[in-house]
Design a protein around this ligand. Structure first.
Ligand code: GLP
Length: 251
């Protein structure tokens, strides 16, 4: 059973994450952070950056691995997760950009037809995480359909990093980042698998607002099932779910 913490707002959730990760970095200067995109973790990154600067914590050795990336976007595209992670995490925290990795980095917008290259990228990413000693704290958002990373409903709970097709609902949800034009939203992605996520030593899932209430209900109180990928957190020995009252309203 995951630990559930109900907070007033994103800022309060962010402070819990920020304190936890700042203490980790003090104890382990080359900590390995699992990073996520989306709006849910933004206040957490800001809180961590504030503590890092106020307490003069040395982050020069911190390493990072992002959860996922769109396929077919060049790294420099403003909505690529490479750009997003650099803008929202690497720059505000002052991390060494060469120590922060995003699954699509080696592909850099390679066309979907480049099958061999794309198929090799997932296992190589998992091997890189393992070579770094594994992820210490993995931050997670959750999709309205219960996805984590880009593991859509139906994803194997044992999956490794691999290429996936994006669900229609996720493309609709994410069209807001692409001029509200679903045609511009990529159709495929590369994502850490649920099995990859479960290997991290501590999982911190953040969710806010009533739009996430159903997914949170399934995650916390539903059965463990590939139909709600986030329900896999119930299998993890150290998972913390930090949510506001609206996201908790169906619990
Ligand atoms: C995307 C990301 C997920 C994220 C989800 C929710 O689909 N791939 O990692 O959790 O969006 O985003 P938000 O936090 O903006 O609701």
């Amino acid at each position: 059973m995951a630990e559930v913490i109900i907070v007033k707002n994103e800022e309060e959730a962010g402070e819990i994450y920020g304190r936890c990760v700042a203490d980790l970095i003090k104890a382990k200067p080359d900590a390995v952070l699992g990073l996520a995109t989306g709006s849910s973790p933004l206040a957490a990154y800001q809180a961590l950056a504030k503590i890092v600067h106020e307490e003069h914590i040395d982050v020069s050795k911190v390493r990072g691995f992002a959860l996922d990336e769109y396929l077919g976007l060049p790294l420099t595209h403003p909505e690529s997760y490479h750009s997003t992670i650099h803008r929202t995490v690497v720059e505000p925290l002052g991390l060494d950009p060469t120590k922060v990795h995003v699954p699509g980095d080696v592909l850099n917008g390679a066309p979907l037809e480049d099958g061999d290259k794309i198929a090799a990228a997932g296992p190589a990413y998992d091997a890189a995480i393992e070579a770094a000693g594994g992820i210490d704290v993995q931050i997670l958002g959750i999709g309205t359909d219960g996805h984590i990373g880009f593991n859509e409903p139906g994803s194997s709970l044992a999956s490794g990093t691999r290429v996936k097709t994006l669900a229609e609902q996720t493309r609709i949800d994410n069209a807001r980042f692409f001029d509200n034009d679903i045609k511009q939203v990529p159709t495929h992605c590369i994502t850490q698998g649920i099995g990859t996520v479960l290997k991290a030593r501590h999982l911190v899932l953040l969710a806010f607002g009533s739009g996430k209430a159903e997914a949170i209900e399934e995650t916390v109180e539903g059965g463990v099932s590939a139909f709600c990928p986030a329900s896999a957190l119930q299998l993890h020995p150290h998972a913390t779910i930090i949510i506001d009252e609206e996201a908790a309203s169906r619990l």
